[in-house]
Design a binder for this molecule. Structure first.
Ligand SMILES: N[C@@H](CCC(=O)N[C@@H](CS)C(=O)NCC(=O)O)C(=O)O
Length: 270
């Protein structure tokens, strides 16, 4: 019986061909990228490895960074959670103990000491984890445009880091509270707080370009895109979240449209 198998033994669904794939899920542009990057080739040992989970917004940041830089990487799918065949796709949010992760994915845990995705491993031996640190590492390791932190501009580089952290610490955290809280009153409060953080962010955005800094993309765009995708898709589905119609949210909407048109971002939509 599937339910008697030890945790993690059964594979959670990753593509429409998998047993646990939920029939209501449609394959998106990102699934095509995954299929292409998963294909083991003779040169795979010489490629940078991306340890990732297709559903993880943090991991998607690292994924976008590699796609933007045009890196020939290989995609290594990790499921850091227990598998429950009763749930859609087999996905739970129950963390596997680090020893189990080590046994299942030894290379991954060598790159990510706590067994969190994302992490990258370069054939030269470099190993980096934590999404925003991976993005910055990829920026410097592949030292050509597009640059995720503006070169030679210490103040702008600092601001890019500050607003990238703001995405995680303020916008993402408040959205998560809105999603997790079951009490409608608390949900309304969380929604208000979430909108307020979004407006603060929008006011910090450049007025002369679609991206956060203006004409060029930066780490801030990469930091927010996976989460904005979930604010729209997950928030809309589970909380009927509709973004307000005001100058701040219109600015964010034009930002979202510009990012969605970039092939590197589009290639990661799942
Ligand atoms: N601060 C980390 C967060 C990464 C993270 O939470 N990843 C989740 C998946 S979305 C994970 O690996 N969870 C496994 C676990 O908690 O054991 C980052 O920015 O990379």
């Amino acid at each position: 019986l599937a339910s008697e198998e030890p945790p993690g033994k059964k594979q959670a669904a990753q593509s429409s061909k998998d047993e646990l794939w939920h029939p209501s899920w449609v394959e998106a542009t990102g699934e095509r990228t995954i299929a292409q990057r998963l294909r083991a080739g003779p040169q795979d040992g010489e490629k940078m490895k991306l340890f990732t989970s297709w559903f993880c917004p943090f991991a998607q940041r690292a994924w976008i960074a590699l796609e933007e830089k045009g890196v020939d990487y290989s995609y290594v799918e990790i499921n850091p959670y227990e598998v429950d065949p009763q749930l859609p796709g087999g996905y739970t949010k129950k963390q596997l103990p680090i020893e189990v992760k080590k046994a299942m994915y030894p290379d991954f845990v060598q790159s990510s000491p706590r067994g969190l995705v994302p992490a990258v491993a370069d054939p030269n031996g470099d190993k980096v984890w934590e999404s925003l640190h991976v993005v910055q590492y990829v920026d410097e390791r592949f030292d050509h445009p597009p640059f995720f932190l503006p070169k030679g501009d210490p103040l702008k580089r600092a601001h890019v880091r500050i607003w990238s952290d703001f995405v995680t610490e303020r916008m993402q955290k408040n959205f998560y509270m809105l999603l997790m809280d079951q009490d409608p009153e608390k949900q309304a409060t969380a929604k208000g707080a979430f909108f307020a953080e979004c407006r603060t962010f929008a006011k910090a955005m450049s007025t002369d370009g679609p991206y956060f800094l203006g004409k060029e993309i930066s780490m801030v765009d990469i930091a927010l895109f996976p989460f904005w995708q979930r604010f729209l898709w997950v928030g809309g589905y589970y909380r009927g979240l509709v973004m307000p119609d005001d100058p701040e949210f219109r600015r964010l909407q034009s930002w979202w449209e510009a990012c969605s048109e970039r092939p590197a971002f589009k290639n990661t939509l799942v």
